[in-house]
Write a protein that binds this ligand. Structure first.
Ligand SMILES: Cc1ncc(COP(=O)(O)O)c(C=O)c1O
Length: 367
């Protein structure tokens, strides 16, 4: 006799996370999880060092200082409509749990962030995948296909904007039109994890959209541009009723005190933020240009801290071989088979030197 888990939970797929090291290979380039390769800034390290001395106390469960820092640096954002959490992943799970359940449907882009479907299935809901528009020029979430997929059982639509893994964006206008056509009782989650890297003015992360109605939530993270993936901090900006609902389902104090201190310092450090945004864009665009020069390789225009590259039939090796051969050289990238794109890979953007090493290795394998 063994304890029997709940069947729909026992059937869940596990979220695929890129590995961090490899026995026998010295330094590896970790370009497989869209992390920030830069160490936290001195201001952040100093804040963490100071917070250590108070580690005997529970963290501030109201996260007041962090909410204040977010509100001060994000114009128009009201602190009482913010819900910090242990990464935006926690918020995805909480929203799925609070707003969907057995028999419900949750709409997700076919090549959207994988955790949307796992979090939805964990509540007993059914993920309904929508394909990209047939028009190849517009990969990613197709708002019309999503509207066509809505049924009376639809409870949530998750959109990652920019998309992970594609790196493409929907414009503020496209999102606004989609929301206007969506039933008001369906929760629209705009996951803007990579929004800090977007420089195109047609894009908006979603704060204004949250303020304009009752059914839209925007998610942000400190794991990307703020470089705190290991400390697990994210936040939601949400209508008052959803803030209240999240307060009921979230266990108080999921963010450790050192993480709160680090997030507050990182968010206030606008100089480092600006530098990282600029460096990412410069390095990403140069890397994209270099990959596009290789026979058989096409690369989507990315608005994030990674690129999505596809190897066509003219390429000397396929995506799966490229992944494993780079891995043996200590260059970790992500194969895209789990995202229904077996001919593609996703490569995070590191330092200029990292990307030169990665591009040299890719070039030598592709000839
Ligand atoms: C689109 C998207 N949303 C959310 C997350 C989760 O981020 P966090 O570290 O805040 O849980 C990721 C992580 O890669 C992501 O790609």
């Amino acid at each position: 006799m063994t304890p029997r888990p709940i069947p729909h939970l026992a059937a869940l797929p596990r979220l695929d996370i890129g590995e961090a090291g490899l026995g026998g290979v010295g330094r590896v380039l970790r370009l497989n999880n869209n992390e920030n390769v830069e160490q936290p800034s001195d201001a952040v390290l100093e804040a963490v060092a100071q917070a250590q001395a108070d580690a005997n106390w529970y963290p501030d469960v109201t996260a007041t200082a962090l909410k204040q820092a977010i509100a001060e640096t994000h114009p128009g954002v009201a602190p009482d409509r913010l819900v910090p959490a242990a990464g935006s992943g926690e918020l995805i799970a909480l929203l799925a749990r609070a707003y969907s359940g057995p028999g419900d449907e949750v709409i997700i882009g076919r090549q959207g962030y994988l955790y949307f479907s796992i979090a939805s299935m964990a509540t007993g809901a059914k993920p309904v995948y929508v394909d990209a528009a047939k028009n190849e020029k517009k990969p990613g979430f197709d708002p019309q296909a999503a509207l066509d997929a809505v049924t009376e059982r639809t409870r949530i639509v998750f959109i990652d904007n920019p998309s992970n893994p594609l790196g493409v964006i929907l414009t503020a206008q496209e999102i606004a039109e989609f929301r206007a056509a969506l039933r008001g009782d369906i929760l629209l989650v705009l996951d803007a994890a990579y929004s800090d890297y977007v420089t195109d003015p047609v894009y908006q992360a979603g704060e204004a959209m949250v303020d304009q109605g009752d059914n839209t939530v925007m998610l942000r993270t400190c794991s990307k541009i703020y470089g705190l993936a290991g400390l697990r901090v994210g936040w939601a900006y949400a209508p008052a009723a959803i803030v209240e609902m999240l307060a009921r389902v979230q266990r108080p104090g999921t963010i450790a005190s050192l993480s709160l201190a680090a997030a507050e310092a990182a968010i206030r450090d606008r100089e480092t933020y600006g530098e990282r945004r600029w460096c990412n864009q410069k390095t990403r665009d140069a890397f994209t240009h270099r990959l596009r020069g290789l026979t058989g390789v096409s690369v989507l225009d990315s608005h994030a801290n990674f690129v999505f590259a596809t190897l066509g039939p003219e390429a000397k090796i396929n995506a799966s071989d490229l992944f494993s051969k780079l891995r043996m050289r200590g260059v970790f990238i992500r194969p895209m088979a789990p995202y229904h794109a077996p001919e593609s890979v996703r490569i995070s953007i590191g330092t200029e030197t990292d990307m030169r090493i990665a591009a040299d290795a890719i070039e030598s394998l592709l000839g």
